[in-house]
Design a protein around this ligand. Structure first.
Ligand SMILES: C[S@@+](CC[C@H](N)C(=O)[O-])C[C@H]1O[C@@H](n2cnc3c(N)ncnc32)[C@H](O)[C@@H]1O
Length: 301
């Protein structure tokens, strides 16, 4: 494998990346801040699940992988000859050392402790001895490996409330299920009759697969495909983002059974008040947990 390294101003990041993949035979393209770790670095902050706020940095390093050096050189020459590519620079074409990519990727995902007895463990690891509830989960296309603070806080809420409340969790809704991690976590803590929904069909598929690999029975589908039980759900979990959560307030609250719990995540600390206001017609939200700038908001009907 050979890597072509280019330096591009922000306006060229998208067209050059597209040309490399669509026209010039690159196997993959990655973009990094060329000024990272220098005084000129300017971080780009985005919300998870949303596209980045800008396509690239003021000066971006574009790395494209090719099978052959000739193809990488030809791609560079063609790009540099384009009149729209002014400011593009060729930095290097270099051999990529052979690596065990599977092992390298796997090494980045260690078991995650939610509580001392509740763990998320990738399939290539052995669960720790103290683990009593274990979600076996490998990183995949859908969001939710347990490492993100929003997922983590939801799972911690489930684990710490289960002793007192799980008897009531005879119907649970995981809205925006991603990998299905919250639904599976709830099932391991005694929840039954679980519906898991997501607008992304890949997430629905991932949830079905992950549930089956964890021996958990649930119904997964698109939001319209799930029929809510009469009387609602004693527990509704939704880890999405503040804006969709505000729009979904009537729907989510309508699903919570009288006396039931609503657990919301994907909210930044500064968004607490907007969420409180959006949900006030139905229930009083409170901040129940906080981690790395994110908060967990919960309420009872
Ligand atoms: C941040 S991920 C959370 C995944 C998982 N529940 C977790 O806690 O890790 C949010 C998920 O919500 C889904 N989603 C976003 N907007 C939605 C909507 N309006 N209705 C249903 N699902 C939605 C996304 O497709 C994504 O899978």
């Amino acid at each position: 494998m050979v890597e072509l390294q280019l330096l591009a101003p922000e306006a060229l990041v998208d067209p050059v990346s597209d040309a490399l993949i669509d026209e010039l035979g690159a196997l993959s393209v990655s973009v990094e801040d060329a000024d990272a770790d220098t005084a000129a670095e300017s971080a780009l902050f985005g919300e998870p699940g949303l596209p980045p706020p800008r396509p690239g940095w003021q000066r971006s390093t574009i790395r494209a992988l090719f099978e052959e050096a000739d193809a990488a050189e030809a791609a560079a020459a063609l790009l540099l000859a384009q009149d729209w590519a002014e400011g593009l620079e060729r930095h290097a074409v270099s051999e990529v050392p052979a690596q065990d990519w599977v092992r390298l990727t796997q090494s980045q995902f260690a078991p995650v402790e939610v509580t001392p007895s509740f763990w998320i463990v990738p399939s290539w690891h052995t669960p720790p001895e103290a683990a009593r509830q274990v979600i076996r989960l490998d990183p995949g296309l859908a969001f939710g490996t347990g490492t993100h603070p929003t997922t983590h806080m939801c799972l911690r809420w489930i684990a710490t409330r289960a002793a007192e409340r799980a008897a009531a969790w005879h119907a649970v809704l995981d809205y925006g299920c991603g990998s299905g991690i919250l639904a599976i976590g709830a099932a391991l803590h005694g929840a039954r009759d679980i519906d898991a929904v997501d607008i992304d069909p890949a997430a629905v598929e991932a949830t079905r697969l992950n549930a089956s690999e964890n021996g958990v029975a649930l119904r997964a589908g698109l939001p319209d495909a799930v029929a809510a039980p009469a009387g609602g759900y004693p527990l509704v979990l939704a880890n999405i983002l503040a804006t969709p959560l505000k729009l979904l307030a009537p729907l989510l609250c309508g699903h919570v059974a009288p006396g039931g719990d609503l657990v919301l995540a994907g909210i930044l600390e500064r968004q607490a008040e907007e969420l409180r206001e959006a949900y006030a017609p139905w229930l009083a939200l409170q901040v129940s947990d906080a981690q790395d700038g994110w908060i967990l908001m919960t309420g009872r009907r």
